[in-house]
Design a protein around this ligand. Structure first.
Ligand code: ADP
Length: 191
């Protein structure tokens, strides 16, 4: 299986590029942000629990995220691989993902990290906020908080995969097609 972690700060373009990756390589897309937003729109207990964290740009607690991803992985069969988007976002989540995949006897093939300067992220998120309807995209203080949470809690996940020699950094600025080309180049060098 080709199991990828698509990594990067909020607004790096993970969702956009995931859609292209899953189409080209025929993979399953697991986006924890999308899963939470689905729960929110359906008004489930999990959605209600996640909402106060999401609305303020804080991370949903690890055990909640890990449980949700575990259920999703266990209900998945016969796929060529998985693109994880927005997960793992803490080292504890990365460790839990290794355990989950170990049970399925299929490891993470690699992490592709999209690198985008902070100022560009802020511009992109405010722009997205005009149409996305996401409350976390419409307030500069919330956007700043998400970027800070990224540096403090999420960036260590890159070192976690780097130590396993699985990290590939890709420049996340340019046209969507250019960036996608760099990602495919990184994917094809894996293994
Ligand atoms: P972004 O565009 O900020 O990367 P996402 O759509 O991936 O946004 O996630 C939106 C929100 O959902 C996050 O700010 C966070 O509150 C919650 N969330 C998503 N994935 C995770 C995760 N792996 N761990 C904790 N919280 C998460």
């Amino acid at each position: 299986m080709l199991n990828l972690v698509l990594f990067g700060p909020p607004g790096a373009g993970k969702g956009t590029q995931s859609a292209k990756i899953i189409e080209k390589y025929n993979l399953l897309h697991i986006s924890t942000g999308d899963l939470f937003r689905k729960h929110l729109s359906e008004g489930t207990a999990l959605g209600q629990l996640a909402q106060k964290y999401m609305d303020n740009g804080n991370l949903v607690p690890d055990e909640v995220v890990i449980g949700m991803v575990g259920d999703k992985i266990k209900s998945t069969q016969g796929v060529a691989g998985i693109v994880f988007d927005g997960f793992p976002r803490t080292v504890a989540q990365a460790e839990a993902l290794d355990v989950l995949l170990n049970d399925m006897k299929t490891p993470i093939s690699g992490m592709v990290s999209l690198e985008v300067p902070d100022e560009e992220l802020k511009t992109r998120l405010m722009e997205r906020g005009k149409t996305s309807g996401r409350v976390d995209d419409q307030d500069a203080a919330k956007i700043d908080n998400r970027i800070q949470v990224y540096y403090k809690e999420t960036l260590p996940v890159a070192s976690f995969y780097e130590k396993q020699d699985k990290l590939a950094a890709v420049k996340g600025v340019g046209s969507i097609e250019e960036i996608f080309g760099s990602i495919c180049g990184a994917i094809e060098k894996l293994n």
